[in-house]
Design a protein around this ligand. Structure first.
Ligand SMILES: Cc1cc2nc3c(=O)[nH]c(=O)nc-3n(C[C@H](O)[C@H](O)[C@H](O)COP(=O)(O)OP(=O)(O)OC[C@H]3O[C@@H](n4cnc5c(N)ncnc54)[C@H](O)[C@@H]3O)c2cc1C
Length: 475
Protein backbone atom coordinates (compact mmCIF):
# COMPACT_ATOMS: atom_id res chain seq x y z
CA UNK A 1 0.00 0.00 0.00
CA UNK A 2 1.50 3.22 -1.06
CA UNK A 3 0.10 6.24 0.67
CA UNK A 4 3.16 8.39 0.17
CA UNK A 5 2.44 8.24 -3.50
CA UNK A 6 -1.23 9.15 -3.31
CA UNK A 7 -1.66 12.84 -3.92
CA UNK A 8 -4.55 12.98 -1.48
CA UNK A 9 -2.40 15.11 0.69
CA UNK A 10 -3.25 15.99 4.23
CA UNK A 11 -3.33 19.54 2.97
CA UNK A 12 -5.63 18.77 0.04
CA UNK A 13 -7.97 16.26 1.63
CA UNK A 14 -8.38 17.91 5.00
CA UNK A 15 -8.58 21.42 3.64
CA UNK A 16 -11.18 20.50 1.12
CA UNK A 17 -13.16 18.69 3.82
CA UNK A 18 -12.64 21.67 6.13
CA UNK A 19 -11.20 19.34 8.75
CA UNK A 20 -7.93 20.93 9.80
CA UNK A 21 -9.21 22.42 13.06
CA UNK A 22 -11.49 19.54 13.85
CA UNK A 23 -8.69 17.03 13.34
CA UNK A 24 -6.57 18.83 15.90
CA UNK A 25 -9.40 18.81 18.43
CA UNK A 26 -10.25 15.18 17.88
CA UNK A 27 -6.83 13.59 17.90
CA UNK A 28 -4.58 15.93 19.79
CA UNK A 29 -2.42 18.82 18.78
CA UNK A 30 -0.33 16.88 16.26
CA UNK A 31 -3.54 15.97 14.44
CA UNK A 32 -2.02 12.73 13.28
CA UNK A 33 -1.47 9.17 14.35
CA UNK A 34 -2.35 7.92 17.80
CA UNK A 35 0.03 5.00 17.46
CA UNK A 36 1.12 3.79 20.89
CA UNK A 37 4.82 3.66 21.67
CA UNK A 38 6.04 0.07 21.53
CA UNK A 39 6.98 -1.44 24.88
CA UNK A 40 10.68 -2.10 25.35
CA UNK A 41 11.49 -5.73 24.42
CA UNK A 42 12.40 -7.93 27.36
CA UNK A 43 13.14 -11.37 25.95
CA UNK A 44 14.23 -14.52 27.70
CA UNK A 45 17.48 -16.10 28.76
CA UNK A 46 17.58 -19.46 27.02
CA UNK A 47 19.10 -22.72 28.26
CA UNK A 48 22.50 -21.70 26.86
CA UNK A 49 22.45 -18.53 28.93
CA UNK A 50 21.87 -16.39 25.84
CA UNK A 51 19.42 -13.48 26.01
CA UNK A 52 16.95 -13.82 23.15
CA UNK A 53 14.70 -10.92 22.23
CA UNK A 54 11.08 -11.38 21.27
CA UNK A 55 10.03 -10.77 17.68
CA UNK A 56 7.07 -8.98 16.18
CA UNK A 57 6.17 -8.07 12.63
CA UNK A 58 5.84 -4.59 11.12
CA UNK A 59 2.23 -3.95 12.13
CA UNK A 60 2.44 -5.80 15.46
CA UNK A 61 -0.32 -8.35 14.72
CA UNK A 62 2.19 -11.25 14.79
CA UNK A 63 4.70 -11.88 17.55
CA UNK A 64 6.67 -14.67 19.16
CA UNK A 65 9.41 -15.47 21.61
CA UNK A 66 12.03 -17.57 19.81
CA UNK A 67 14.35 -19.60 22.01
CA UNK A 68 17.28 -18.79 19.75
CA UNK A 69 18.17 -16.36 16.97
CA UNK A 70 20.76 -16.87 14.26
CA UNK A 71 22.27 -14.30 11.94
CA UNK A 72 24.98 -16.26 10.07
CA UNK A 73 27.89 -14.32 8.61
CA UNK A 74 28.13 -16.36 5.43
CA UNK A 75 26.66 -19.33 3.62
CA UNK A 76 29.11 -21.85 5.15
CA UNK A 77 28.18 -20.75 8.65
CA UNK A 78 24.51 -21.11 7.74
CA UNK A 79 25.01 -24.65 6.43
CA UNK A 80 26.98 -25.67 9.55
CA UNK A 81 24.27 -24.26 11.79
CA UNK A 82 21.53 -26.15 9.91
CA UNK A 83 23.51 -29.42 10.14
CA UNK A 84 23.97 -29.02 13.88
CA UNK A 85 20.50 -27.65 14.67
CA UNK A 86 18.63 -29.35 17.48
CA UNK A 87 15.31 -27.61 16.87
CA UNK A 88 13.13 -26.17 14.10
CA UNK A 89 14.24 -23.11 12.15
CA UNK A 90 12.04 -20.33 10.73
CA UNK A 91 13.56 -17.75 8.45
CA UNK A 92 12.57 -14.11 8.67
CA UNK A 93 13.15 -11.34 6.17
CA UNK A 94 12.17 -7.84 7.26
CA UNK A 95 8.99 -8.93 9.11
CA UNK A 96 6.59 -7.30 6.65
CA UNK A 97 4.14 -10.19 6.43
CA UNK A 98 0.80 -9.94 8.20
CA UNK A 99 0.09 -13.69 8.22
CA UNK A 100 1.66 -16.15 10.65
CA UNK A 101 4.48 -17.23 8.33
CA UNK A 102 7.30 -16.26 10.66
CA UNK A 103 6.40 -16.83 14.36
CA UNK A 104 8.25 -19.65 16.10
CA UNK A 105 9.19 -20.55 19.66
CA UNK A 106 12.30 -22.29 18.31
CA UNK A 107 15.09 -20.81 16.15
CA UNK A 108 14.52 -17.61 14.19
CA UNK A 109 16.99 -17.18 11.35
CA UNK A 110 17.79 -13.92 9.58
CA UNK A 111 20.00 -13.61 6.51
CA UNK A 112 20.55 -9.91 7.20
CA UNK A 113 24.30 -10.41 6.85
CA UNK A 114 24.05 -12.29 3.56
CA UNK A 115 23.36 -9.24 1.46
CA UNK A 116 24.53 -7.38 -1.63
CA UNK A 117 24.88 -8.20 -5.30
CA UNK A 118 27.66 -9.89 -7.24
CA UNK A 119 28.50 -11.30 -10.69
CA UNK A 120 26.85 -8.25 -12.23
CA UNK A 121 26.61 -8.52 -16.01
CA UNK A 122 25.40 -5.20 -17.47
CA UNK A 123 25.46 -6.70 -20.99
CA UNK A 124 23.10 -9.54 -20.14
CA UNK A 125 21.50 -7.25 -17.52
CA UNK A 126 21.70 -9.93 -14.85
CA UNK A 127 23.09 -10.10 -11.33
CA UNK A 128 23.28 -12.44 -8.35
CA UNK A 129 21.39 -11.18 -5.28
CA UNK A 130 22.00 -12.46 -1.75
CA UNK A 131 18.65 -13.24 -0.17
CA UNK A 132 19.18 -10.97 2.85
CA UNK A 133 19.44 -7.89 0.59
CA UNK A 134 16.69 -5.34 1.21
CA UNK A 135 14.91 -4.36 -2.00
CA UNK A 136 15.88 -0.74 -1.29
CA UNK A 137 19.58 -1.66 -1.27
CA UNK A 138 19.08 -3.62 -4.46
CA UNK A 139 17.62 -0.67 -6.36
CA UNK A 140 20.53 1.60 -5.46
CA UNK A 141 23.23 -1.03 -6.10
CA UNK A 142 21.83 -1.92 -9.53
CA UNK A 143 21.64 1.76 -10.47
CA UNK A 144 25.43 2.00 -10.02
CA UNK A 145 25.69 -0.53 -12.87
CA UNK A 146 23.17 1.34 -15.05
CA UNK A 147 20.55 -1.30 -14.23
CA UNK A 148 17.10 -1.23 -12.58
CA UNK A 149 14.73 -3.82 -11.23
CA UNK A 150 12.04 -4.61 -13.78
CA UNK A 151 9.29 -3.84 -11.28
CA UNK A 152 8.90 -3.39 -7.56
CA UNK A 153 6.26 -3.49 -4.84
CA UNK A 154 4.84 -0.42 -3.09
CA UNK A 155 7.57 -0.45 -0.51
CA UNK A 156 11.16 -1.63 -0.76
CA UNK A 157 12.00 -2.53 2.81
CA UNK A 158 11.44 -6.28 2.34
CA UNK A 159 14.38 -8.66 2.16
CA UNK A 160 14.74 -10.24 -1.27
CA UNK A 161 14.25 -13.74 0.22
CA UNK A 162 11.10 -12.62 2.02
CA UNK A 163 9.66 -10.97 -1.09
CA UNK A 164 10.21 -14.08 -3.21
CA UNK A 165 8.69 -16.37 -0.55
CA UNK A 166 5.24 -14.78 -1.01
CA UNK A 167 5.25 -13.63 -4.68
CA UNK A 168 5.53 -9.99 -3.67
CA UNK A 169 4.39 -7.86 -6.59
CA UNK A 170 3.84 -4.38 -7.92
CA UNK A 171 1.52 -3.61 -10.80
CA UNK A 172 1.63 -3.74 -14.61
CA UNK A 173 -0.25 -5.63 -17.28
CA UNK A 174 2.97 -7.10 -18.68
CA UNK A 175 4.89 -7.32 -15.41
CA UNK A 176 4.95 -10.31 -13.09
CA UNK A 177 5.85 -10.57 -9.41
CA UNK A 178 9.43 -10.09 -8.21
CA UNK A 179 9.84 -13.88 -8.33
CA UNK A 180 9.40 -13.80 -12.11
CA UNK A 181 12.65 -11.82 -12.40
CA UNK A 182 14.64 -14.82 -11.15
CA UNK A 183 16.45 -17.20 -13.49
CA UNK A 184 18.19 -19.31 -10.83
CA UNK A 185 17.78 -19.99 -7.12
CA UNK A 186 20.08 -21.46 -4.53
CA UNK A 187 18.57 -23.10 -1.43
CA UNK A 188 20.00 -24.65 1.72
CA UNK A 189 17.95 -27.77 2.49
CA UNK A 190 17.31 -29.38 5.88
CA UNK A 191 20.40 -31.59 5.54
CA UNK A 192 22.51 -28.45 5.28
CA UNK A 193 23.29 -28.98 1.59
CA UNK A 194 23.03 -26.46 -1.21
CA UNK A 195 20.53 -27.28 -3.97
CA UNK A 196 20.45 -25.09 -7.09
CA UNK A 197 17.62 -24.80 -9.55
CA UNK A 198 16.46 -23.03 -12.71
CA UNK A 199 13.82 -23.62 -15.36
CA UNK A 200 16.05 -26.27 -16.94
CA UNK A 201 17.79 -27.69 -13.84
CA UNK A 202 15.80 -29.08 -10.93
CA UNK A 203 12.78 -27.38 -12.45
CA UNK A 204 10.34 -28.69 -9.83
CA UNK A 205 12.26 -26.88 -7.11
CA UNK A 206 12.34 -23.77 -9.31
CA UNK A 207 8.57 -23.70 -9.84
CA UNK A 208 7.92 -24.45 -6.17
CA UNK A 209 10.63 -22.00 -5.09
CA UNK A 210 9.12 -18.90 -6.74
CA UNK A 211 6.53 -18.82 -3.92
CA UNK A 212 8.21 -20.97 -1.29
CA UNK A 213 6.79 -19.61 2.02
CA UNK A 214 10.13 -20.39 3.64
CA UNK A 215 8.93 -24.01 3.68
CA UNK A 216 11.47 -25.51 1.30
CA UNK A 217 14.63 -24.43 3.05
CA UNK A 218 16.63 -21.23 3.10
CA UNK A 219 17.00 -19.27 -0.13
CA UNK A 220 20.54 -17.94 0.02
CA UNK A 221 20.98 -16.39 -3.39
CA UNK A 222 19.23 -15.90 -6.74
CA UNK A 223 20.18 -14.69 -10.21
CA UNK A 224 17.84 -12.01 -11.52
CA UNK A 225 17.11 -10.37 -14.84
CA UNK A 226 17.00 -6.58 -14.74
CA UNK A 227 16.12 -3.71 -17.02
CA UNK A 228 18.43 -0.92 -18.13
CA UNK A 229 18.33 1.91 -15.57
CA UNK A 230 15.21 4.01 -16.16
CA UNK A 231 13.35 7.01 -14.78
CA UNK A 232 9.63 7.10 -14.11
CA UNK A 233 6.84 9.61 -14.31
CA UNK A 234 3.91 9.03 -11.99
CA UNK A 235 0.60 10.75 -12.57
CA UNK A 236 -2.32 10.52 -10.16
CA UNK A 237 -5.80 11.92 -10.52
CA UNK A 238 -9.20 11.60 -8.91
CA UNK A 239 -12.15 10.30 -10.91
CA UNK A 240 -15.58 8.98 -10.11
CA UNK A 241 -15.79 5.41 -8.83
CA UNK A 242 -17.93 4.56 -11.84
CA UNK A 243 -15.37 5.93 -14.30
CA UNK A 244 -12.53 4.18 -12.46
CA UNK A 245 -14.25 0.81 -12.68
CA UNK A 246 -15.37 1.27 -16.28
CA UNK A 247 -11.93 2.39 -17.52
CA UNK A 248 -9.76 0.02 -15.47
CA UNK A 249 -8.78 -2.30 -18.34
CA UNK A 250 -8.31 0.60 -20.78
CA UNK A 251 -5.95 2.44 -18.41
CA UNK A 252 -4.12 -0.81 -17.60
CA UNK A 253 -3.47 -1.26 -21.34
CA UNK A 254 -2.25 2.33 -21.78
CA UNK A 255 0.38 2.40 -19.04
CA UNK A 256 3.42 0.37 -17.95
CA UNK A 257 1.97 0.41 -14.42
CA UNK A 258 -1.57 1.27 -13.46
CA UNK A 259 -3.34 0.97 -10.13
CA UNK A 260 -6.43 2.31 -8.41
CA UNK A 261 -7.19 3.44 -4.91
CA UNK A 262 -10.91 3.23 -4.22
CA UNK A 263 -12.13 5.36 -1.33
CA UNK A 264 -14.72 3.42 0.74
CA UNK A 265 -18.00 5.23 1.42
CA UNK A 266 -17.28 7.76 -1.33
CA UNK A 267 -18.13 8.11 -5.01
CA UNK A 268 -14.44 8.52 -5.88
CA UNK A 269 -11.43 6.56 -6.95
CA UNK A 270 -7.85 7.62 -7.51
CA UNK A 271 -5.99 6.45 -10.62
CA UNK A 272 -2.18 6.16 -10.52
CA UNK A 273 -0.36 5.66 -13.81
CA UNK A 274 3.40 5.18 -13.98
CA UNK A 275 5.45 5.14 -17.17
CA UNK A 276 9.08 5.31 -18.17
CA UNK A 277 10.24 8.81 -18.98
CA UNK A 278 13.28 10.15 -20.81
CA UNK A 279 15.36 12.09 -18.22
CA UNK A 280 15.50 14.94 -20.77
CA UNK A 281 11.73 15.32 -20.38
CA UNK A 282 11.85 15.70 -16.61
CA UNK A 283 11.15 19.32 -15.63
CA UNK A 284 14.10 21.00 -13.89
CA UNK A 285 11.83 22.01 -11.07
CA UNK A 286 10.02 19.17 -9.34
CA UNK A 287 6.24 19.79 -9.49
CA UNK A 288 4.66 20.56 -6.12
CA UNK A 289 3.88 17.29 -4.39
CA UNK A 290 1.90 16.66 -1.26
CA UNK A 291 3.16 13.22 -0.40
CA UNK A 292 1.57 12.51 2.96
CA UNK A 293 -1.87 11.09 2.21
CA UNK A 294 -1.62 8.36 4.83
CA UNK A 295 -1.65 10.97 7.55
CA UNK A 296 -4.73 12.59 6.05
CA UNK A 297 -6.64 9.33 6.13
CA UNK A 298 -5.48 8.60 9.65
CA UNK A 299 -6.79 11.99 10.75
CA UNK A 300 -9.99 11.59 8.76
CA UNK A 301 -10.54 8.19 10.33
CA UNK A 302 -10.09 9.61 13.84
CA UNK A 303 -12.49 12.45 13.14
CA UNK A 304 -15.07 10.06 11.73
CA UNK A 305 -14.89 8.04 14.95
CA UNK A 306 -16.51 11.10 16.55
CA UNK A 307 -18.84 11.88 13.64
CA UNK A 308 -19.69 8.49 12.08
CA UNK A 309 -22.93 9.80 10.58
CA UNK A 310 -20.85 12.21 8.45
CA UNK A 311 -18.48 9.55 7.08
CA UNK A 312 -19.66 9.48 3.52
CA UNK A 313 -20.12 13.23 3.27
CA UNK A 314 -16.65 13.97 4.67
CA UNK A 315 -14.83 11.52 2.41
CA UNK A 316 -16.74 12.70 -0.67
CA UNK A 317 -16.21 16.34 0.13
CA UNK A 318 -12.50 15.83 0.75
CA UNK A 319 -11.99 13.72 -2.35
CA UNK A 320 -13.86 16.12 -4.62
CA UNK A 321 -11.27 18.84 -3.99
CA UNK A 322 -8.18 16.78 -4.73
CA UNK A 323 -6.06 18.00 -7.64
CA UNK A 324 -4.01 15.82 -10.02
CA UNK A 325 -0.30 15.48 -9.25
CA UNK A 326 2.82 14.36 -11.08
CA UNK A 327 6.10 13.02 -9.72
CA UNK A 328 9.38 12.10 -11.41
CA UNK A 329 12.36 10.08 -10.26
CA UNK A 330 14.71 7.15 -10.65
CA UNK A 331 12.80 3.88 -10.88
CA UNK A 332 13.52 2.78 -7.31
CA UNK A 333 12.74 6.21 -5.91
CA UNK A 334 9.26 6.22 -7.42
CA UNK A 335 8.45 2.60 -6.50
CA UNK A 336 9.78 2.49 -2.96
CA UNK A 337 8.08 4.47 -0.21
CA UNK A 338 8.45 5.02 3.47
CA UNK A 339 5.53 3.65 5.46
CA UNK A 340 5.24 4.89 9.00
CA UNK A 341 1.51 4.70 9.63
CA UNK A 342 0.87 1.10 10.64
CA UNK A 343 -1.97 -0.99 9.22
CA UNK A 344 -3.13 -4.57 8.74
CA UNK A 345 -3.98 -5.93 5.34
CA UNK A 346 -5.85 -8.67 3.48
CA UNK A 347 -5.24 -9.15 -0.24
CA UNK A 348 -6.80 -11.54 -2.73
CA UNK A 349 -6.02 -11.87 -6.42
CA UNK A 350 -8.97 -12.62 -8.70
CA UNK A 351 -8.78 -13.28 -12.45
CA UNK A 352 -7.96 -10.01 -14.22
CA UNK A 353 -11.13 -10.01 -16.32
CA UNK A 354 -13.47 -10.04 -13.29
CA UNK A 355 -11.36 -7.68 -11.18
CA UNK A 356 -13.37 -4.46 -11.53
CA UNK A 357 -16.64 -6.36 -11.00
CA UNK A 358 -15.27 -7.89 -7.80
CA UNK A 359 -14.01 -4.51 -6.60
CA UNK A 360 -17.45 -3.03 -7.30
CA UNK A 361 -19.04 -5.67 -5.07
CA UNK A 362 -16.49 -5.05 -2.30
CA UNK A 363 -17.22 -1.31 -2.32
CA UNK A 364 -20.98 -1.85 -2.42
CA UNK A 365 -20.78 -4.27 0.51
CA UNK A 366 -18.82 -1.78 2.61
CA UNK A 367 -21.56 0.78 1.99
CA UNK A 368 -24.46 -1.63 2.50
CA UNK A 369 -23.07 -3.06 5.74
CA UNK A 370 -21.90 0.35 6.88
CA UNK A 371 -18.44 -1.03 7.67
CA UNK A 372 -16.49 1.67 9.53
CA UNK A 373 -13.45 2.00 7.29
CA UNK A 374 -12.02 4.90 5.28
CA UNK A 375 -8.67 3.33 4.40
CA UNK A 376 -8.37 3.25 0.57
CA UNK A 377 -8.58 -0.10 -1.19
CA UNK A 378 -5.71 -0.69 -3.58
CA UNK A 379 -6.26 -2.61 -6.82
CA UNK A 380 -3.46 -3.71 -9.14
CA UNK A 381 -3.06 -5.73 -12.31
CA UNK A 382 -0.29 -8.37 -12.30
CA UNK A 383 0.84 -10.65 -15.11
CA UNK A 384 0.40 -14.41 -14.72
CA UNK A 385 3.34 -16.73 -13.99
CA UNK A 386 4.32 -20.39 -13.58
CA UNK A 387 5.12 -20.65 -9.87
CA UNK A 388 2.96 -23.35 -8.34
CA UNK A 389 1.70 -21.47 -5.27
CA UNK A 390 1.72 -18.03 -6.82
CA UNK A 391 -1.61 -16.15 -6.69
CA UNK A 392 -0.85 -15.42 -10.37
CA UNK A 393 -0.27 -19.05 -11.34
CA UNK A 394 -1.29 -19.45 -15.00
CA UNK A 395 -3.57 -16.44 -14.95
CA UNK A 396 -3.27 -12.67 -15.13
CA UNK A 397 -4.51 -11.26 -11.87
CA UNK A 398 -6.24 -8.29 -10.31
CA UNK A 399 -5.08 -7.96 -6.70
CA UNK A 400 -7.44 -6.18 -4.32
CA UNK A 401 -5.97 -5.09 -0.98
CA UNK A 402 -8.14 -4.11 1.99
CA UNK A 403 -6.51 -2.39 4.95
CA UNK A 404 -7.32 -0.90 8.29
CA UNK A 405 -5.16 1.03 10.72
CA UNK A 406 -3.28 -1.28 13.07
CA UNK A 407 -5.21 -0.08 16.12
CA UNK A 408 -8.63 -0.40 14.47
CA UNK A 409 -10.55 -3.66 14.30
CA UNK A 410 -9.80 -5.25 10.95
CA UNK A 411 -11.31 -8.67 11.69
CA UNK A 412 -15.00 -7.82 11.20
CA UNK A 413 -14.18 -5.83 8.05
CA UNK A 414 -12.10 -8.61 6.50
CA UNK A 415 -14.66 -11.26 7.52
CA UNK A 416 -17.37 -9.38 5.62
CA UNK A 417 -15.26 -9.02 2.47
CA UNK A 418 -13.32 -12.32 2.24
CA UNK A 419 -16.32 -14.39 0.98
CA UNK A 420 -16.64 -11.98 -1.96
CA UNK A 421 -13.10 -12.87 -3.00
CA UNK A 422 -13.92 -16.59 -2.76
CA UNK A 423 -16.93 -16.06 -4.99
CA UNK A 424 -14.65 -14.61 -7.70
CA UNK A 425 -12.17 -17.51 -7.39
CA UNK A 426 -9.69 -15.36 -5.49
CA UNK A 427 -6.36 -16.58 -4.19
CA UNK A 428 -4.96 -14.97 -1.03
CA UNK A 429 -1.60 -13.24 -0.76
CA UNK A 430 0.32 -15.69 1.46
CA UNK A 431 1.97 -12.86 3.39
CA UNK A 432 -1.30 -11.08 4.21
CA UNK A 433 -4.28 -11.94 6.37
CA UNK A 434 -6.66 -14.69 5.24
CA UNK A 435 -8.57 -17.48 6.95
CA UNK A 436 -8.00 -20.38 4.54
CA UNK A 437 -6.65 -23.76 5.58
CA UNK A 438 -4.94 -26.47 3.54
CA UNK A 439 -8.14 -27.93 2.07
CA UNK A 440 -9.37 -24.62 0.67
CA UNK A 441 -5.91 -23.62 -0.52
CA UNK A 442 -5.36 -26.96 -2.28
CA UNK A 443 -8.60 -26.34 -4.20
CA UNK A 444 -7.19 -23.04 -5.48
CA UNK A 445 -3.78 -24.32 -6.53
CA UNK A 446 -3.68 -27.26 -8.94
CA UNK A 447 0.02 -27.92 -8.16
CA UNK A 448 -0.47 -27.80 -4.37
CA UNK A 449 0.38 -31.51 -3.95
CA UNK A 450 3.45 -31.13 -6.17
CA UNK A 451 4.63 -28.33 -3.90
CA UNK A 452 4.21 -30.65 -0.91
CA UNK A 453 6.32 -33.32 -2.63
CA UNK A 454 9.18 -30.86 -3.17
CA UNK A 455 8.83 -29.71 0.44
CA UNK A 456 9.06 -33.33 1.61
CA UNK A 457 12.26 -33.85 -0.42
CA UNK A 458 13.89 -30.65 0.84
CA UNK A 459 12.82 -31.08 4.46
CA UNK A 460 11.62 -34.64 5.24
CA UNK A 461 11.32 -34.02 9.00
CA UNK A 462 9.54 -30.67 8.78
CA UNK A 463 12.36 -28.70 10.40
CA UNK A 464 11.47 -25.50 8.53
CA UNK A 465 7.78 -25.55 9.53
CA UNK A 466 5.82 -23.59 12.11
CA UNK A 467 2.19 -23.95 13.26
CA UNK A 468 0.82 -21.59 10.61
CA UNK A 469 2.50 -23.52 7.80
CA UNK A 470 1.34 -26.85 9.19
CA UNK A 471 -2.21 -25.49 9.09
CA UNK A 472 -2.04 -23.88 5.64
CA UNK A 473 -0.12 -26.72 4.02
CA UNK A 474 -1.83 -29.55 5.91
CA UNK A 475 1.42 -31.26 6.95
C1 LIG B 1 3.82 -1.71 4.43
C2 LIG B 1 3.76 -2.95 3.60
C3 LIG B 1 3.64 -2.83 2.22
C4 LIG B 1 3.58 -4.00 1.43
N1 LIG B 1 3.46 -3.85 0.08
C5 LIG B 1 3.36 -4.96 -0.68
C6 LIG B 1 3.22 -4.86 -2.09
O1 LIG B 1 3.23 -3.77 -2.66
N2 LIG B 1 3.09 -5.99 -2.80
C7 LIG B 1 3.08 -7.23 -2.21
O2 LIG B 1 2.95 -8.23 -2.92
N3 LIG B 1 3.24 -7.36 -0.88
C8 LIG B 1 3.39 -6.26 -0.11
N4 LIG B 1 3.55 -6.41 1.23
C9 LIG B 1 3.71 -7.77 1.79
C10 LIG B 1 5.18 -8.18 1.81
O3 LIG B 1 5.84 -7.81 0.63
C11 LIG B 1 5.32 -9.70 1.92
O4 LIG B 1 4.60 -10.18 3.01
C12 LIG B 1 6.78 -10.15 2.00
O5 LIG B 1 6.83 -11.56 2.06
C13 LIG B 1 7.51 -9.57 3.20
O6 LIG B 1 8.90 -9.72 3.03
P1 LIG B 1 9.85 -9.74 4.31
O7 LIG B 1 11.25 -9.62 3.84
O8 LIG B 1 9.37 -8.78 5.31
O9 LIG B 1 9.63 -11.24 4.79
P2 LIG B 1 9.00 -11.76 6.17
O10 LIG B 1 7.64 -11.20 6.30
O11 LIG B 1 9.96 -11.58 7.25
O12 LIG B 1 8.88 -13.31 5.79
C14 LIG B 1 7.99 -13.71 4.78
C15 LIG B 1 8.27 -15.14 4.39
O13 LIG B 1 9.55 -15.21 3.77
C16 LIG B 1 10.29 -16.27 4.32
N5 LIG B 1 11.70 -15.96 4.12
C17 LIG B 1 12.36 -14.83 4.43
N6 LIG B 1 13.64 -14.92 4.05
C18 LIG B 1 13.79 -16.15 3.48
C19 LIG B 1 14.88 -16.84 2.90
N7 LIG B 1 16.09 -16.31 2.80
N8 LIG B 1 14.67 -18.10 2.43
C20 LIG B 1 13.45 -18.67 2.51
N9 LIG B 1 12.38 -18.05 3.04
C21 LIG B 1 12.55 -16.80 3.53
C22 LIG B 1 9.83 -16.33 5.75
O14 LIG B 1 10.11 -17.58 6.34
C23 LIG B 1 8.35 -16.10 5.57
O15 LIG B 1 7.72 -17.31 5.22
C24 LIG B 1 3.63 -5.28 2.05
C25 LIG B 1 3.75 -5.39 3.43
C26 LIG B 1 3.81 -4.23 4.20
C27 LIG B 1 3.93 -4.36 5.69
Amino acid sequence: MNFDRIPLSRRQLLKSAGLGMLAGTAVGSSGCSSQPKPAAPVGIVNKNGKRVLPWSNWSGNQSCQPSDRWVPRNEDQLLDAIRNASQNIRSVGSGHSFSGLVPTDQTLLSLARLRGIENVDPQAMEADVWAGTRLSQLGKKLWEHDMSMINLSDIDTQAFGGAVATSTHGTGKNLGSISTHMTQMRFANAAGDIVECSESNNSDLFYAGGNNLGALGILTKARIKTDKAYHLKEHSWMMSEEEGLARAAELRDQHRHYEMFALPHSDYMLGVAIDKVDPADIPAEEPANSGDAYEAFRTLSNVIDYLPFMRSWLVNFGASGVEPETRYGKSWEIFGNLRDILFNEMEYTVPAEVGPECLREVLATIKEKNIPVVFPIEARYVKGDDFWLSPFYKRDGFSISCHNFHDKDYKKYFAAIEPIFWKYDGRPHWGKIHTLGAKELAARYERFDDFLKVRQEMDPEGRFLNDHLKHTLGV
